[in-house]
Write a protein of this length. Structure first.
Length: 364
C-alpha cells in the first residue's frame, strides 16, 4: 500500500457511500481510461466477471464455440462454460509463450469446415508479456471473430507503444490481491464502444431499467465493484509506474545475477514489446542437470516459495473433454518453468537470498 488508499477509503466511510455505487467508482474508471487510450471502463467485482460480461455482450449462447489460450489460469476459460459454450484451447508459441497464431488459424479453418465459426477469441497476455497481437488480430479480422484481450497479468504492458487490451473488441483487467495494483479484489471491462460499456454497467447492476420501481427486461448480475474497493484501486493507480519499474528491476536483477548458470533461460522482450514483468519466470534448459521440481523443493526447504508455471487448460481434468489444438509447447513450459519471488516489496537483500540459494543448489 502506498498511503493514498487509506485517505480515500476514509473519505468513503465519512461520506457513507458503502455500496457498489459512489464517486470513487467514477474516479477509478476515469483513471484507468487515462492509461488505456481513453477507452470506456466498467469497474467490476473481478476479471472473471469482466470476461463473463464480454461473452454475454457478444451474444455467446449454449453450444457456441469460443477459442481460448490454453496456457493460462482457469478464470480465463471458466466463463465460457458458465454460458454452456464450448472452449477450443490453443497452445502456445515459444517466443512469447502466448497463443500460437498458426494453431489459431488452423482451429478456425477446421471449425468452418465443420459448419460452424467460433464466436469469440479470448487471448491471454501471460505474465505481462504481450502476445503476437498483430498476427492474431489480423487472423481474427480475416474471419470476423471478435477478440477479448485478457490483460489480467499485463496492466501497463504495451505492444508497439500501444496499451494491451486496446487491440480487440474488449479488454479486461484484474485487481486481485496478487496483481500489479490491487483493489483487494475487482476487475474491469473496457472498450472504445461507450454504448456497449454502458450496457455492461447495466448488466452488472442486476440489469435494472430506468424506472421508479424495480423493472427488469434482461437477466442481470451483481458484478459492480464496491466504492470502497474502487477507492483502494484509485489510490493504487498513483503507484502503477513505480510498481512496473520495480517489477522490471526485479526481472533484470535475477537475469543479470543468474546469467552464469547456462541451464536457466529468461523470457525477455523484443524490440516492439514492453512487458510489466508481473512475475519473473525462468525456464530450465532441456537436459538440465536439475529439474523444475528439484529446484522448487530445494528452494522451499529454505523458505523460498516458487511456483510452477500455469498448468495448461487442455491438461486440466475439468476440461478433459474439450477440443484443443496443441503442439506441446505449453506442456513443456509447465514441466520446465518456475515463477520466482517477484513482490515489489522485495529489496536487493531479499533478491540476493533467492539468487544465492539457486547458485548454491547448482553448485552441489
Amino acid at each position: 500500500m502506498g498511503g493514498a488508499e487509506i485517505k480515500y477509503v476514509s473519505e468513503v466511510f465519512d461520506s457513507n457511500w458503502i455500496a457498489p455505487v459512489g464517486p470513487y467508482i467514477d474516479k477509478f474508471e476515469n483513471g484507468l481510461s487515462l492509461i488505456s487510450n481513453n477507452y470506456h471502463f466498467a469497474a467490476l467485482s473481478s476479471g472473471t466477471a469482466a470476461i463473463h460480461l464480454a461473452l454475454i455482450l457478444l451474444n455467446i449462447k449454449s453450444g457456441d464455440n469460443v477459442i481460448c489460450s490454453s496456457f493460462t489460469f482457469a478464470a480465463s476459460a471458466n466463463p465460457i462454460k458458465y454460458l454452456g459454450a464450448n472452449p477450443i484451447f490453443i497452445d502456445s508459441e515459444e517466443q512469447t509463450w502466448n497463443m500460437c497464431p498458426k494453431l489459431l488459424e488452423l482451429a478456425i479453418i477446421d471449425s468452418i469446415e465443420k459448419g460452424t465459426i467460433p464466436k469469440a477469441i479470448i487471448l491471454v497476455h501471460l505474465y505481462g508479456m504481450p502476445a503476437k497481437i498483430n498476427e492474431i488480430i489480423k487472423i481474427a479480422n480475416t474471419y470476423s471473430i471478435p477478440v477479448i484481450e485478457d490483460v489480467a497479468e499485463a496492466l501497463g504492458s504495451k505492444y508497439n507503444g500501444i496499451p494491451l487490451g486496446t487491440f480487440g473488441k474488449f479488454g479486461i483487467y484484474s485487481f486481485n490481491g496478487n496483481k500489479i495494483i490491487t483493489a483487494s479484489t475487482g476487475g474491469a471491462l473496457f472498450s472504445n464502444d461507450k454504448k456497449i460499456i454502458d450496457k455492461a454497467k447495466k448488466l452488472a447492476t442486476q440489469a435494472r431499467e430506468e424506472a421508479a420501481h424495480y423493472e427488469h427486461i434482461d437477466i442481470g448480475y451483481n458484478y459492480r465493484l464496491s466504492n470502497i474497493c474502487a477507492a483502494i484501486g484509485f489510490g493504487q493507480l498513483q503507484y502503477l509506474t513505480k510498481r512496473i519499474n520495480k517489477k522490471r528491476y526485479i526481472f533484470n536483477f535475477y537475469k543479470n545475477s543468474l546469467s552464469e548458470i547456462d541451464d536457466i533461460i529468461f523470457l525477455d522482450e523484443n524490440d516492439n514489446i514492453f512487458s510489466n514483468f508481473w512475475l519473473t519466470t525462468i525456464l530450465l534448459k532441456k537436459g538440465s542437470i536439475i529439474d523444475r521440481e528439484y529446484l522448487r523443493l530445494s528452494l522451499s526447504k529454505s523458505n523460498i516459495e516458487t511456483r510452477p508455471l500455469w498448468k495448461p487448460m487442455h491438461l486440466q481434468p475439468v476440461f478433459k473433454d474439450s477440443c484443443a489444438y496443441v503442439n506441446g509447447v505449453s506442456e513443456d513450459l509447465f514441466n520446465r518453468g518456475l515463477c520466482l519471488p517477484s513482490d515489489t516489496n522485495m529489496i536487493d537483500e531479499d533478491l540476493n537470498v533467492v539468487v544465492n540459494k539457486i547458485k548454491e543448489i547448482y553448485a552441489t
